[in-house]
Design a protein. Sequence first.
Length: 235
Amino acid sequence: MTNRKIEALQEAAAHKSKESAERVKKALERMIKQGQVISFKSVAQTANVSTAYLYKQEDLRSRIETLRDQQKQSPKSKQAPLASDNSKSVIISTLREENKKLRAEIDGLRRINEGLAGRVYHLQGADDLAERFKVENAELKKQLDECRSQTPSAPPQDGPKVTSIDKKRSKKTGGSDSVKSELDALKIKIKISTTLSKLIEQVPEETVLKAINTLKEALSTTKVRNPAGFRIKLR
């Protein structure tokens, strides 16, 4: 075996020994903090080394023996008391109550989640329905515009002819029967060419009848020579 290989093996052994020593030191620190019993066997198991290695290392063996003797000389009252059956029962009961509360909270959250999921489903359905109505309205509007474009515009219709009351009242007599009968009773002859006939045709019938009544009153009280020429304001 060459010198180079021997040196390589020695360096590897030294490195491995150093790593093992570091693991033992860390294991001792951890066991002291946790209050574990220190012995060669327990340290070897915790540091993952052999007990032979611990005996061969003078500094590690001396430290382990010192710590072991200190634990034996320390009073037992400082050791943490083991949990009694009553304390275990209390801990178990407390854990069960906490577990029960957590389950109730989980059930409540699950119901809330289901309700929210239902609302989301309904809202999604409402959105779909609104979109469908929107499409249908657009289609109906399109059809309406097409119908309007195809239907010819109707001509404007004349409004109903309305004759005012004043016009009806101002309707010319034109020689009605009632006027003629009244004039015949007064022995007044009407000819189409006469001035009286033209005047009667130009005024409403009720005005003419009113004038005839006035003439009757005049005839009953005074003597009228020319009834046909009796001047009465007809307009």
